[in-house]
Design a protein around this ligand. Sequence first.
Ligand SMILES: [Zn+2]
Length: 351
Amino acid sequence: MVKNHQFTIGWICPLPLDREAVRLVLDEEYPQDEVQYQNAFYLGGRIGKHQVVIGVQRKIGLSQAAILAEKMRASFPNIGYFLLVGIASGVPRYGPAGAVSEIVLGDVVVSSPRGYHGRVLQYDKGAWEGQGLLRAAVNNFRADGSFKTNITEVLKQMRLKLDKERQHQYDDPGPSRDRLFKDTYEHRGTELDECRACCDADCVDLRSDRGGGATRLVDKPSIHFGNIASSNQMQISAVERNRVQKEHNVICFEMEAAGVMDEYPCVIVRGICDYADSHKNKGWQNYAAATAAAYAKGLLAMIPAIDATSIEEQSSTQHAATITNMTFGNNRDGIQTQNFHGNVQFGFERR
Ligand SMILES: [Zn+2]
């Protein structure tokens, strides 16, 4: 039985479907009734050399993420830092003219410095303030090398754990279901419609219409590093999305990170399941949750094990300081490092 003080990584899942994906990347899952504190139960397991405790938010939103992180930190005192892993909305493209990167559904966005020294920005408070500079844990992930791991292989291993009925739950939906609508074309159907029947196909850009930068082989998402916009409001307008992107240099929209970033060393990993417009649907959610979890697993493999006993009496600042010289990506301007076609580049050296 793993004791509460032995967990060193806190993994926050905003949604139950994010939790289903992380279960599949655990190398070992502990009996659920053994991972608890004051009758609050968590998912616990081992990923490589790390003891990981996983919490799911009761509701979506910034404050819920903050509450969960606080509870987890109180219950598992040696959590050195958090990973917040789940699905989110992405901008379709970013970067300066001539060096534009395309984000397609299923790609992964990782919070890292991009213009603002790595802020997660909370933008629904009327003013953009740097809500939670990424702390030492993330800043220390600055690139000074590169390392590749294979997200494709992790996805394959995840599927092997599924029973027959769920076998295709985490399949790559493929390019034909990746529809990027023109900015001004609003969704015509209900929330559940996947646009195929309700929305005008002439108003869609498929990946093939978006140039080579939008091409992906099956199970080979690209990884993007950049600022994340965090808000309590769901982003459902392409026009508003473009405005916020332009004004604040963000590549991803979500509803949790700012709540956690304020208080704890935290890395945000988001699988992109829609384009933050009115055509949101659930078609990509499982796969995006899987690519995010697969990336995060690779990330943990790069991080030295945290010694739970030695950090027992240190402050949280010092926890962060024990994670040194690690970086996301190898491009300090925060532009997508490149299309890796499945080989995720972490940008720091294995110890
Ligand atoms: Zn639509």
